[in-house]
Design a protein around this ligand. Structure first.
Ligand SMILES: Cc1cc2nc3c(=O)[nH]c(=O)nc-3n(C[C@H](O)[C@H](O)[C@H](O)COP(=O)(O)O)c2cc1C
Length: 232
C-alpha cells in the first residue's frame, strides 16, 4: 500500500489555515481511493520532532564530502539525520503545508530540509554535469498560505522566497511531479471564506489525479516485485 507523508510546517494546530487545507486534500485523496493509502504525519513543530543539525551534523556532512572518518559524535548525528531521511525516502508521495514566515519557509521546515538533503541520500554530484536528485517516482503537493503577500501585489506587500525555494528544493532532490496550491491572504482579501473555498475546490480536483497516479505507482511496484520473484 502506498504511503503519503504529510509534513506539517505550521505550529498553529486547529487554527492553521494551511493544515486545514492539507487535511481537506488528504481526506479527498482517501475518498477517491477508498481509504487505500497509509498516511504518516510529521508535525515539524512538535517538541523533539527533529534532531538538531548543528556542529556535529555539519562536521559529519563535511567528513562525508572529504572522505574523512566521522568522530563518535558525528556518527550519532549522522544516524539521527538518517532516521529522518529514511522516513522521508520511504514515502511514495508528500503533502506539505507551508505558511509563509518572513517571506520564507518556517525555520522548522528549513531544518528538516537541511537534515534530509545529504549527499548519497537525496542528491548526488557529478563534476561535469552538476547536482542530480536521487529520489525517484515520487510526487508532491505543497500548500502555501500567507497573511499579506499575494502574487501581483506591489513590493510593499512583501516578497515570496518561500515557494521558489521549496519548488527548487523538491526538484533538487528529484521530486519533479509537483503541484503548488496557494491560498490568497486575509489582509488584502476580505473574502477569507471565498479564498479558502477556492483552494479547497482546487485541492479536491487535484486529489483524484493524485490518487490515480499513486495507484499506478503501486501497480508498477507490484509488477517489478513479480518480475523479481520470477527471476529469483
Ligand atoms: C512568524 C510569522 C511570520 C510571518 N511572516 C509573513 C510574511 O512574511 N508574509 C506574509 O504574507 N505573511 C506572514 N505571516 C502570516 C502567515 O503566513 C499566515 O497567517 C499564514 O496563513 C499562516 O498559516 P497557518 O495558519 O497554516 O499557520 C507570518 C506569520 C508568522 C506566525
Amino acid at each position: 500500500m502506498a504511503t503519503i507523508l504529510h509534513v506539517n510546517a505550521s505550529p498553529r494546530g486547529s487554527r492553521s489555515d494551511s493544515l486545514r487545507l492539507a487535511h481537506h486534500f488528504i481526506a479527498a485523496v482517501q475518498d477517491s481511493a477508498g481509504d487505500g493509502f497509509d498516511i504518516e504525519t510529521l508535525n515539524l513543530f512538535d517538541p523533539g520532532a527533529l534532531p538538531a543539525f548543528g556542529q556535529a551534523a555539519a562536521a559529519a556532512k563535511m567528513a562525508v564530502f572529504s572522505g574523512l572518518d566521522q568522530t563518535p559524535d558525528q556518527i550519532q548525528a549522522w544516524e539521527d539525520a538518517r532516521a529522518v531521511f529514511d522516513q522521508f525516502a520511504a514515502a511514495d508521495a508528500y503533502v506539505f503545508n507551508i505558511p509563509m514566515w518572513n517571506a520564507g519557509v518556517p525555520y522548522a521546515l528549513k531544518q528538516w530540509v537541511d537534515i534530509v538533503t545529504q549527499p548519497g541520500w537525496s542528491f548526488g554530484f557529478d563534476p561535469g554535469a552538476g547536482y542530480f536528485g536521487l529520489l525517484k517516482e515520487k510526487r508532491a503537493v505543497a500548500i502555501h498560505t500567507s497573511g499579506v503577500y499575494a502574487p501581483g501585489l506591489p513590493p510593499a506587500f512583501g516578497s515570496d522566497f518561500s515557494s521558489p525555494f521549496f519548488t527548487d528544493w523538491l526538484n533538487f532532490v528529484g521530486i519533479t511531479d509537483t503541484t503548488h496550491v496557494r491560498m490568497a491572504p486575509s489582509a488584502t482579501n476580505t473574502d477569507l471564506d471565498g479564498a479558502r473555498h477556492a483552494a479547497e475546490v482546487e485541492l479536491k480536483e487535484l486529489a483524484g489525479t493524485f490518487a490515480v497516479h499513486l495507484r499506478a505507482g503501486e501497480a508498477r511496484a507490484g509488477d517489478l516485485q513479480l518480475a523479481g520473484d520470477r527471476a529469483g
